[in-house]
Design a protein around this ligand. Sequence first.
Ligand SMILES: NC(=O)c1ccc[n+]([C@@H]2O[C@H](COP(=O)([O-])OP(=O)(O)OC[C@H]3O[C@@H](n4cnc5c(N)ncnc54)[C@H](O)[C@@H]3O)[C@@H](O)[C@H]2O)c1
Ligand SMILES: O=C(O)C(=O)C[C@]1(C(=O)O)C=C[C@@H](O)C=C1
Length: 366
Amino acid sequence: MKETVLIVGLGLIGGSLAMNVSEKEDVFVIGMDKDEETMNMALKQGVIHQASKSFSKAVKEADILILATPISITIEFLNQLEDVDLSKPLLVTDVSSVKNKVLEAANKLTHPRLSFVGGHPMAGSHKQGYTAAKPHLFENAIYVLTPSIHATEAEAERLKQLFSKTGARFLTFTTSEHDEMTAVISHFPHLIASSLVHQAREWQKTHPYIEHLAAGGFKDITRIASSNPKLWQDIFFQNRTLLISMLDDWIDEMQTVRNFLQEQESEQTYQYLVEAKQYRDGLPVREKGAIPSFYDIYVDIHDQPGAIHDVIGLLADENISIKNIQILEIREGITGVLRISFATSEDQVGSKKLLEKHQYEVMLQQ
Ligand SMILES: NC(=O)c1ccc[n+]([C@@H]2O[C@H](COP(=O)([O-])OP(=O)(O)OC[C@H]3O[C@@H](n4cnc5c(N)ncnc54)[C@H](O)[C@@H]3O)[C@@H](O)[C@H]2O)c1
Ligand SMILES: O=C(O)C(=O)C[C@]1(C(=O)O)C=C[C@@H](O)C=C1
């Protein structure tokens, strides 16, 4: 018998999950999104098998519910669940970037047929919406699970099975462990990236050429400031208390660095940079698991004759040798994705630079 999975929110994350879940033969996917065009696209491309406009109706048909909406909307849906007249058990999960209020709502659910295991795939993009969704988005990424007080080990296992095609690696944490760690490595850096953009914008008033000088460094460190402001407003407010405390620490730290410069402490400044480099260089790259140790890039291509040939031709002209090439997704009339593997990280990085110079959109798999 097929398992029915309802996915609410078919944007970047929900759409990418749907692309993986609907690949499973024993799963029937119902999709729901407030944006009708999104639902139609997903239905037409076979990423969902059925579209629904009624949460209360669709939820009664589902065995598993995935809430992939903005966090505050996810909490609203969780609150609605208590009143649904369920005739069979429903395992609920979400994808929210902050967990405390979501788990608070989930832990309050008393309906005997409901269980909740929170989820957060640690992969994403500064892009939003269904058109940015990709089936390989979660490959080799960490997928954090945060079970509610009533959830069993078996329910967490069921979700791992459901998401087995994503290629993600699962880790389980408590809500506060999750929120503290993501504040450090995701939410706070986002806040700083936005502040750097504001600083540049201010300076541009007196130095109009600033925007033309902004090269690799500025663009690398501020890429995430181009993300969906509504989503990040939600994230900042969901994790507000921790962010305030981190801002206090950061201001102290910046005061220390300011003193190094003020007092011309060149050795201490050097050590500060050395220690940051050592920690940064030691960060694990996305683990490859059972996949052989190749260095992959993902290249977006358009569905037109010769598209793959053009990409390979550019690499061949530069004598870059390819170890493997795979078409991950190509449907009529839409953009497809090529996964190209290289033997060395030099070839991987070199190819990315080369293709980007030719206006391709390239994602590097670390
Ligand atoms: N963007 C990332 O990098 C990232 C990574 C991991 C987790 N997340 C989490 O994923 C969730 C979704 O983020 P996203 O980046 O996919 O956003 P998105 O904007 O790409 O997608 C959200 C989708 O939800 C739909 N939606 C909004 N309100 C709805 C409603 N009331 N009913 C039905 N559909 C509704 C929107 O139309 C949209 O298609 C958020 O909770 C976020 O914290 C985001
Ligand atoms: O790659 C990006 O653009 C992201 O911002 C992804 C990112 C992150 O901070 O790493 C953003 C939010 C999520 O909750 C998880 C992942």
